[in-house]
Design a protein around this ligand. Structure first.
Ligand SMILES: [Fe+2]
Length: 398
């Protein structure tokens, strides 16, 4: 096991029906809240009115920004931060899925600093990110997770897209760790099947990436990963078949939080997330849903890992699928790919308009935005990925 620190300060309020407690959860952190949310679901389902009512009861004023899109843009962060600054807000609430929660995190920083959102993006041309990251100052944040996918409610990271530069980048820092989060699985009963499936794969990827790239001397983390993967694979089909299956939804929601609240990957000692970084850069060109993009790239990525670190895949094959024999790694990739097909995520990049002619540009973006500057992408124990490795993965996922 590699050394780590774990200090999860976030108050997690977990359980069906807990959204009604929003006001009391926010109250210790501010009196004037900007509620950041998406463009449709929160209004359609009455969540904004419910949030306002709960906040009013607790004596918290509420100002709403409802313009965040999937793959949240810098312009939306700036607009929400303006609402916060114009109304002298002292706390930020994110009410939505990963896109909304990620946007709300950067809103909290921008609202306080008055900078542009684009300044914070890792790798931005101005170079401002070198002084702004890690984010040390932001308004307090309270997240309400309405999907089971990103686990953004329990970590210090956000992913934001700058459409002008065609860059989807990471921001991070201790100040954007939410002070509190509500994980109420009742929200997730409205997730359509394709979003449920994409979210499930995203959850798995959050533990699988470091399982594949990190040290193999972290058994607690290995067992947590395997357990979370097992749970997600068990319950996703149920949630797709019957969206109102609250037992399935609660298990997926809690797995989502656990997968990325800094504990499941602690001790692996790796920041190498090749699959995510390739997906981020591909998504800047086609705007597919994050979890679905991860799923479409996953079989190609697993086959790549098999050439570098087959022992990790073999271990998963044995433990998750009871695979026996020398081809346990192959059995894992085959069975996992079959599960992706079962939940309807067996498409290719070409289904979303990405063409082979874009691969070199995407690969160059990946190493520029997420590499150490030597033309490679870190893969930790998998070894560094070159641009031709990345192009190979993209081709295999076409
Ligand atoms: Fe993800």
């Amino acid at each position: 096991m590699r050394p780590f620190e774990w200090n999860l300060e976030t108050l997690m309020v977990v359980g069906a029906g807990q959204f009604s407690r929003l006001g009391e959860v926010v109250k210790p952190h501010g009196k004037r809240a900007v509620l950041v949310t998406g463009q449709h679901a929160a209004r359609k389902h009455g969540w904004i009115d419910a949030a306002k009512a709960s906040l009013k009861k607790a004596g918290v004023e509420c100002f709403v920004y409802e313009g965040v899109q999937s793959n949240p843009r810098t312009v939306q962060v700036d607009a929400a931060a303006k609402v916060a600054r114009d109304n002298r807000c002292d706390v930020v609430i994110g009410l939505g899925g990963g896109s909304v929660m990620d946007a709300s995190k950067l809103v909290a920083a921008v609202a306080l600093s008055g900078r542009k959102a684009a300044d914070y993006l890792q790798g931005c041309e101005s170079g401002a990110w070198k002084e702004l990251l890690p984010i040390e100052k932001a308004l307090p944040i309270v997240e309400v997770a309405t999907t089971a996918a990103t686990g953004a409610e329990g970590n210090t990271v956000a992913v934001i897209t700058n459409p002008e530069a065609k860059e989807k980048c990471v921001v991070w820092g201790p100040a954007i760790l939410p002070k509190a989060a509500i994980v109420d699985a009742e929200f997730t009963t409205t997730m359509p099947p394709d979003v449920t499936a994409g979210g499930a794969v995203d959850i798995i990827s959050h533990v699988l990436e470091s399982y594949l790239a990190g040290t193999d001397k972290a058994d607690v983390q290995d067992r947590m990963t395997e357990g979370l993967m097992h749970i997600v694979m068990d319950y996703t089909g149920r949630a797709i078949k019957n969206g109102k299956d609250i037992e399935a939804r609660e298990n997926l929601s809690w797995a989502s939080t656990l997968a990325l609240c800094q504990i499941s990957n602690a001790g692996r000692g790796t920041d190498a997330w090749p699959l995510h970084f390739i997906q981020h850069c591909a998504a800047a060109y086609c705007d597919f849903h994050h979890g679905q993009g991860i799923a479409f790239l996953m079989p190609a990525y697993l086959n790549f890992v098999k050439t570098r670190r087959p022992d990790r895949l073999a271990k998963l094959g044995k433990r998750l699928f009871n695979a026996q024999g020398a081809d346990a790694a192959d059995q894992f990739t085959e069975k996992f790919s079959a599960w992706l097909k079962d939940i309807g995520l067996d498409k290719g990049l070409s289904d979303f308009g990405i063409t082979e002619s874009q691969f070199k540009t995407i690969a160059a973006d990946v190493v520029r935005l997420y590499g150490p500057g030597d033309g490679t992408l870190p893969g930790d124990e998998i070894g560094p990925l070159s641009t031709s490795d990345i192009v190979g993965i993209l081709k295999a996922a076409l």
